[in-house]
Design a protein around this ligand. Structure first.
Ligand code: ATP
Length: 151
């Protein structure tokens, strides 16, 4: 069996990544899941989190927002509302989004407004975390589970 699979990461405005990779760790709604070539077909809903991709020579780390991941044995497609590599993240913008969300959480009483602010805060914190990988000071891969492996 091939040690690589094709990965495409697509957002509404671009093809963020396309290439052959060795492993993927993705933030699904039920926790981080690991995918290796030959994985059984699967569709997973993604949440805000860190996507880690090993290409053989390097490791890519991306901030992703909500979306879907479609897995087949030799190809994985990730459709995400947003996906950014560390160098693409505007830290000032993420800090401003974080401050805005925190202010709303401290002052609003409306459920819908609070829910939106919570989601914004989660995205901003995730971007700030992933932005640190730019200078190599990221925290390492999220720890993953027993699910990693060929199934
Ligand atoms: P903001 O409140 O700053 O607009 P947001 O969380 O509402 O942030 P999203 O709706 O998640 O933004 O994303 C909209 C677009 O903006 C996407 O293309 C996403 O990649 C981009 N984006 C959002 N925040 C940043 C950031 N801090 N740096 C780079 N791109 C960003």
């Amino acid at each position: 069996m091939s040690r690589k699979m094709r990965l495409e990461i697509v957002t509404p405005d671009r093809l963020e990544f396309s290439g052959d990779v060795e492993s993927i760790i993705a933030p699904s709604v039920s926790g981080y899941i690991g995918i290796l070539p030959g994985h059984i077909p699967l569709i997973a809903r993604l949440t805000v989190g860190v996507l880690t991709v090993r290409t053989g020579t390097s490791r890519l780390t991306l901030a992703v927002s909500e979306g879907y991941m479609e897995v087949s044995p030799s190809k994985v497609i990730i459709l995400a509302e947003a996906a950014e590599m560390p160098g693409e993240i505007d830290v000032e913008r993420a800090l401003a989004a974080k401050r805005r969300a925190e202010e709303i959480l401290a002052t609003s009483k409306e459920h819908v407004v609070l829910a939106r602010a919570r989601a914004s805060l989660q995205k901003a914190i995730n971007r700030l975390k992933v932005a640190k990988y730019k200078d190599g000071s990221g925290e390492g891969s999220p720890s993953v589970p027993e699910k990693i492996g060929r199934e």
